[in-house]
Design a binder for this molecule. Sequence first.
Ligand code: ADP
Ligand code: MG
Length: 247
Amino acid sequence: MTTTALRPAAVALDGITRTYSSRAGDVHALRGVTHAFSRGSFTAIMGPSGSGKSTLLQVAAGLDRPTRGEVVIGGLPLGPMNQTGLTKLRRTAMGFVFQSYNLLDALTAYENVALPARLAGQRVDRAAVLGALQRVGLEDKAKRRPPELSGGQQQRVAIARALHLRPEVLFADEPTGALDRASGRQVLELLRAAADEHGRTVVMVTHDPLAASYAHSTLFLADGLVVGRLDRADATSIAAAMSELES
Ligand code: ADP
Ligand code: MG
């Protein structure tokens, strides 16, 4: 057996179902998803609107509870944890990057990157915060506030913030959705480097086949199930697989 086989997955989804109940009836957002995201992998999640992508990310991050099944992050099952435990785990073991950056405009780039450490009650390591800004190419913008930065620069601050506590997993929801091509490319290269050079595990929801082509593999969701997977695929083959799902 290789050491890879013995290493636990960074994120494991085991038989996840999520059913939303309402008077109008049940909506089966996830209908039994099992997948192991190995450490250092970069995975894109694609699928038609309503296929369960957002639900999958929310459940994997412990922001929503599965109806059935178990999520395990870094060997820790989320099911038995209470809200306080989940919040603590999110602050230390997970990073988040959103389409809308979600930075605080009143804080400088430095203060935004330092915020998760502050919220987790940790001492802020100045060199680590500046190092995180340096890795995203913004060491000279540490004192700027988000409104003084371009969209691409703001998203790079968000990436520095998400990565500087060295989380087990980085969840990204349409991280390039609001960016022009060139800025989007920088962001995707940073996510890829986080996996390849720093061993972070990256899970990214995207609509864009070109964005997905930066990932090591792409999972396709349809009607709450994983219906396909492409490894090391180019944008053209990912787009072809998507249009097949949507037809
Ligand atoms: P995607 O992100 O792929 O567009 P979602 O995960 O948002 O898909 O939604 C999957 C399904 O679950 C859809 O049918 C959606 O309408 C439904 N759904 C999502 N959130 C809720 C909710 N809070 N209450 C009821 N139904 C929901
Ligand atoms: Mg969605």
